[in-house]
Structures are given as structure tokens and as C-alpha cells.
Ligand binder design. Structure first.
Ligand code: TRP
Length: 453
């Protein structure tokens, strides 16, 4: 009891880190990163992604937290409040608005994949993959994709769990559980990496992931690789949708934004790279196609679990943990829509949760139908699922993130930014070069390049 004060402080800092890591680590690391690496041809994507994380993602993460901590409000009003206090236009609040819509769209397709993970948990537990070869495992996946009802059921379950968690207000408990479960997910990834070390394909996978063929950066399709990597850097760190701004608003002034950001970025990146080493050796040793798309982890991991001695237990646990990591992200994605409804309409919180969940669920159904009955419904050359994914990752997230770094680098008073970050001398100069020039110009160059190609 005597240490109550200290404890309260510790738990708020700890709570913040858990919420931020919980939001960042999710399907983006384990499902999306490997399949994007595969679609973009391997190590070149990984290299550009790592550069984007370090030079653009990291400063923008710090920038978003700073805006939230200064503004002390929801993302939209935080922008407006900080802008007003700097004597600048409050129309900066519009950027916060983009985030509500973006998070809504992301969750619609995110929930579909969360549903796949849930479904796979039951499949593995039921022994469906025991002893299957790669063709048979792919067939199981394709059967699932071809069935609108199966996909809808599991998407519904995932959305329901998300809605119930936020309606009951138990998000804190979920985040605290993440403290145990996310490291456990890391351990299980290492178990699979260990399995791969003994079962072939490992050397090939390491070369594939870490030995870039730089000529790919000049050839056809190179601008798309770079834009994909940039968009994914935003996606995996939960940037650009105001979510980190909202978390920043709960942050005490004694907390170092730079060291917090370092923790989140390192954890997130290590988990993504471990997922790569867990998946690609299986792909190569079974002669499968690394560019298989969104199904990549669902056609590779079950092969390993199907032939490991404790595969049934480990596989079930693994997909349970992925689902869990997805839930700590999905609760962050639904929150902006709920807050918006709660504050701007007469609806109660519970009613807001119900309305937001149903609306997101409906869009998710449209997304999942693009894997079967609506597979030839195209929007600007993409099926509905890909369109929603690309619209958010390649456009909305980078544009909103660009705004955050311009805001902190150019709109806010630089003396106060410096004292808030506690930087001086060379490290302050480095921060300024990155926040004022490297990050914003990097995003702009990627955009211009893409538009010209
Ligand atoms: N970062 C999460 C993941 O990697 C997904 C996510 C949660 C997200 N909140 C976000 C992406 C906000 C963009 C913006 O799975």
C-alpha cells in the first residue's frame, strides 16, 4: 500500500505500452507482412520496409503521440486544439476525420482474416491437417475461400468478439493479457523457426528475405514495391488513423516518447521478421509459390503443424494467439467509430458499439464475397477486398501520416518540440533532419513516383 503512488505511475506507463504494442502487433505482422514480401519479390521489399520503418514510421509514431499528448482530446480535436494554440488553422482537424473512416474500412477486411484464423484454430484442433501434403493443405484453404457461408460465419464471430470486448469495457484486461500472450506468440514463432531449421528450405528463405537484388528497384513495378512497403510500414505500426494520437492523449508528461517508440518499433519489426522465417522455409521446401497472396500463412503453416509431433496442440495454440493479437488490434480499430457515434449522435455507448459493428460487418461481407461469388466485381482494377486494402494502406495511411509529420516538423513551435523530446546538440539536429525533411519528402517522393509510373 505504501508504494501505491509508484505503482499507479508504473501501471499507467505499462498500460500505455501494452495498448500501443497490442494495437501494432497483429495480423499485419503475421499474415500481411509475409504475403506482401512474397508478392513483391522478397528481400527488396524487406529492405525498403525496414528503411520506411526507421526513417518514416518511427518519427511519425513519435509525432502522433506528441499531438495526442499536447491536445489531450480525440484525434480530430487534438489536431484542432494544438493548431489553435500555435495560432494556426483549426482545419487541421480534418486529418483526424480521415482516420475514423480509414479505421472503419481497415477493420472490415481485418475481421475477415481474423475469422480465417479462428476457423483454422478449429480445423487444426480437429486434426484436419494431420499428415496432409501441400496440395491437400491448399485444397482445404481453397474450399474455405469458396464458401461464402463459412467465411461469413467466422467473420461474424470475430466481429462479435470485438464488439463484446469494447461494449463490456474490458479492453484493459485484454491488453494486460497481451503482456503474456504476445511474448508467447513470439516463442511459438521461434518453435516453428526451429522446426524449419531441421526440415529444409531455411537457407533459401534467408537469402530470399535478406539478400536484396537491388536491380529490382529500377525495373518495372519498382514504384509499386516501394509504395507497398511504405504503406505497410504505416499499417503495421497503426499509423495515420489517429489511433496513436488517441493513445498519446492518455500519456503523462514524464514519459519519454522516443524510448517508448523504440520499444514498440523493435517489437513489431522482430515479430514480423520472425513470421517471415517461420513461413518461407516451408514454402520453399514444399515447392510452393511465395506469391500466393493473402492465403500464404494458411497454406504454409498447417503443413508444418501437420507433420510436427506436438503439431495439434502447437498449431491450435498458434492460431489462438494470432486471433488474440488480431483482437488487440481490432479493438483499437473500432474505437474511433464508436467514439464518433457516441459524441456526435444521441446514441449511447452500447448502441454506438452495435451500430458501428454492424456497419463494419456489412462492409466485411462485401469484402469476403470477393473471394467467391463477387470475384469479378472490380473497382479500379481490384476486387473489393484488395480495393479496400489498397485504398487504406497505399493512400489514406501515408497521406494522414504525412500530415502528422508536417504538423510536428513545421507547424508546431520547434523549441517546445525539442524540450518535449529532451534532445539537444547532434541528436536534435538528426531529429529535425528526419522529421522535417526525410520523412515528409520520402512520402512525397514515393507518391510522385507512383503517379508517374
Ligand atoms: N497494426 C495492426 C496490425 O499490424 C493493424 C492496425 C491496428 C492498424 N490499428 C491500426 C493499421 C491503425 C492502421 C491503422 O495488424
Amino acid at each position: 500500500m505504501s508504494s501505491k503512488q509508484n505503482h499507479a505511475q508504473w501501471s499507467s506507463r505499462m498500460g500505455f505500452i501494452l495498448a500501443a504494442v497490442g494495437s501494432a502487433v497483429g495480423l499485419g505482422n503475421i499474415w500481411k507482412f509475409p504475403y506482401m514480401v512474397g508478392e513483391s519479390g522478397g528481400a527488396v521489399f524487406v529492405l525498403v520496409y525496414l528503411l520506411c520503418i526507421a526513417l518514416i514510421g518511427f518519427p511519425i509514431l513519435v509525432a502522433e503521440w506528441m499531438i495526442g499528448r499536447r491536445g489531450q482530446k480525440n484525434p480530430m480535436d487534438s489536431y484542432s486544439a494544438v493548431a489553435a494554440s500555435e495560432g494556426k488553422s483549426t482545419s487541421w482537424g480534418f486529418i483526424g476525420m480521415v482516420g475514423i473512416l480509414g479505421a472503419f474500412i481497415i477493420l472490415s477486411f481485418y475481421s475477415v482474416i481474423g475469422g480465417w484464423a479462428l476457423n483454422y484454430m478449429t480445423k487444426i484442433a480437429g486434426g484436419q491437417f494431420s499428415g496432409l501434403d501441400s496440395d491437400a493443405v491448399e485444397a482445404v484453404f481453397n474450399t474455405m475461400l469458396a464458401s461464402p457461408s463459412t467465411l461469413t460465419i467466422w467473420h461474424t464471430v470475430f466481429m462479435l468478439i470485438t464488439g463484446i470486448i469494447v461494449a463490456l469495457g474490458v479492453t484493459n484486461g485484454i491488453e494486460r493479457a497481451a503482456k503474456v500472450l504476445i511474448p508467447l506468440l513470439g516463442v511459438l514463432l521461434l518453435v516453428i523457426v526451429g522446426y524449419n531449421l531441421m526440415n529444409g528450405g531455411f537457407g533459401e528463405a534467408v537469402t530470399y528475405l535478406f539478400s536484396p537484388d537491388l536491380t529490382k528497384l529500377t525495373g518495372e513495378g519498382s514504384s509499386d514495391i516501394v509504395l507497398s512497403a511504405l504503406g505497410h510500414a504505416f499499417f503495421t505500426l497503426s499509423l495515420g488513423m489517429g489511433i496513436m494520437i488517441a493513445y498519446g492523449s492518455y500519456l503523462g508528461n514524464d514519459v519519454s516518447l522516443l524510448s517508448m517508440a523504440r520499444t514498440v518499433v523493435i517489437l513489431d519489426t522482430v515479430i514480423a521478421l520472425a513470421a517471415g522465417l517461420a513461413i518461407f522455409p516451408i514454402i520453399f521446401s514444399n515447392g510452393m509459390d511465395p506469391a500466393a497472396g493473402p492465403g500464404l500463412i494458411f497454406v504454409s503453416l498447417p503443413i508444418a503443424f501437420g507433420s510436427m509431433s506436438a503439431g495439434l496442440v502447437l498449431g491450435t495454440l498458434f492460431f489462438l494467439l494470432i486471433t488474440f493479437a488480431a483482437l488487440t488490434s481490432s479493438i483499437s480499430l473500432i474505437e474511433p467509430s464508436i467514439e464518433f457515434l457516441e459524441e456526435r449522435t444521441p446514441m449511447s455507448r452500447t448502441m454506438s458499439v452495435i451500430v458501428a459493428s454492424i456497419a463494419i460487418w456489412l462492409l466485411g461481407v462485401a469484402a469476403l464475397l470477393s473471394f467467391n461469388v463477387w470475384s469479378d466485381v472490380m473497382i479500379m482494377g481490384n476486387n473489393i477486398f484488395d480495393f479496400l486494402d489498397k485504398l487504406t494502406s497505399k493512400f489514406m495511411l501515408p497521406i494522414a501520416g504525412l500530415a502528422a509529420t508536417i504538423f510536428v516538423g513545421w507547424v508546431m513551435n520547434q523549441d517546445s518540440v525539442r524540450s518535449e523530446l529532451g534532445l539537444s546538440g547532434g541528436s536534435w539536429t538528426l531529429w529535425q533532419i528526419i522529421a522535417k525533411f526525410v520523412a515528409p519528402i520520402g512520402v512525397i517522393i514515393v507518391f510522385i513516383n507512383t503517379l508517374l509510373n
